[in-house]
Design a protein around this ligand. Structure first.
Ligand code: NAD
Ligand code: ZN
Length: 353
């Protein structure tokens, strides 16, 4: 679990105070990995105070993190500083938060990041790392995984060393998020809840967080219950609870199939989940019905026909990625999932998308 967290509008102002006791020495910098959407945004960047060899690296979130990108960043950091960093601070959405987590792990673990995609393969604690979400929904700020696309698979580095040591939850930072993206990333949280609450891995821990996040999603996306600021606050906490819910259970069908789309077509996580979930009535009847209602309320068009031009070889790639995520299927369907989840079934579903 994340060991320290602060919450509140304006809490981002505490960043320097939080970091300064963690500085190891003047040669060991803090490295800030920041979404490049904030380049030139003085409102945010003026509150990051660089000292000694500290470095701010702007990174685009246009593409989701890759293992090669993590390895390059780590090499660049090692080559440009005399000491290992005092800390890595990720400021952005799931893409940037996951990059920050992966870089912190790979600064202390030998080899390439692709070698650690899987469960509990990381042996050495990561460098101190801090997460500051600027868009709510993924739960990446609280989870024990960092999802990376590697040469062979899209899979997380799931480990006890992955979670942030410190998270700053400042809902004010989410104020500039475009509406469609707000919906897609918000729906990631909603889908986490549906998949967790309807999964065979569910336990009292996951259920308590999942139900709270699900209720908050309804208040936000169905009832519109609150001012704009209150809704931002609620979505940030929904994301946190949704992430906590899957920490002790698993996601399900939408995520497995969305990873296939992401791997082959580069479809981003939030929108990819929406594209898939729209067709999953069979697995999650109530969850999908409410999703369709929320889509309508917010006037959101989900892309159609993204698989219409694909050939059999390409369908096979997506099916391989999706079916490789065994724990997700086991959670969604049960131990005997292979009896009902066949390649033909997944192909037929992908063909609808
Ligand atoms: P994202 O980080 O890709 O950001 C989406 C878009 O919103 C980007 O264009 C970004 O620049 C923009 N943005 C972010 N904050 C903004 C702000 N305040 N104002 C204006 N624009 C802003 O999207 P996401 O949905 O947060 O994250 C998706 C990623 O998260 C995927 O890589 C996915 O695999 C990962 N993920 C990780 C976990 C986990 O547990 N680690 C869980 C779910 C998803
Ligand atoms: Zn997700």
């Amino acid at each position: 679990m994340v060991s320290r967290v602060v919450f509140g509008r304006g809490s981002f102002n505490q960043l320097s105070d939080i970091l300064s006791p963690k500085r190891l020495n003047v040669k060991a910098p803090f490295i800030y990995i920041v979404d490049d959407v904030f380049k030139g945004n003085a409102w945010l960047t003026s509150r990051i105070s660089l000292a000694y060899a500290d470095q701010l690296i702007f990174i685009s979130a246009d593409e989701e993190p890759k293992t090669s990108q993590v390895d390059e960043l780590v090499e660049q950091i090692i080559l440009s500083h005399k000491d290992r960093p005092s800390g890595i601070i990720g400021i952005g959405g799931g893409t940037i938060l996951d990059l920050a987590k992966a870089v912190a792990i790979m600064l202390t673990n030998p080899g390439e990041s692709k070698d650690y995609q899987g469960w509990d393969l990381v042996k050495t604690p990561a460098i101190y790392h801090v997460g500051v979400p600027t868009i709510s929904g993924t739960g990446a700020e609280v989870s024990r995984t960092t999802v990376l696309t590697g040469p062979e698979k899209k899979l997380g580095i799931n480990s006890d060393y992955t979670p942030f040591d410190q998270v700053i939850l400042d809902p004010e930072l989410t104020k500039g998020v475009p509406k469609d993206q707000w919906f897609y990333t918000g729906m990631d949280c909603y889908i986490h809840c549906v998949e967790s609450l309807n999964g065979t891995y569910l336990n009292a821990f996951s259920q308590s967080y999942g139900e709270k996040a699900h209720d908050l999603c309804k208040e936000i996306f169905v009832d519109g219950d609150g001012t704009e600021e209150e809704l931002q606050d609620k979505l940030m906490m929904a994301s946190w609870h949704g992430g906590m819910s899957i920490a002790y259970s698993q996601v399900g069908v939408a995520h497995a199939m969305s990873y296939g789309l992401g791997y082959l077509l580069g479809t981003k996580h939030g929108i990819g989940n929406c594209i898939v979930f729209d067709h999953l009535e069979e697995f999650y009847p109530e969850g999908v019905a409410l999703f369709k209602e929320m889509k309508k309320i917010h006037n959101i068009e989900i892309p159609q026909g993204i698989c219409s031009q694909l050939d059999d070889y390409e369908f096979d790639i997506m099916i391989d990625v999706a079916m490789g995520l065994e724990p997700l299927w086991e959670n969604a369907i049960g131990k005997n999932w292979k009896k009902s989840i066949t390649r033909e079934k997944l192909k037929a579903l992908y063909q609808k998308m």
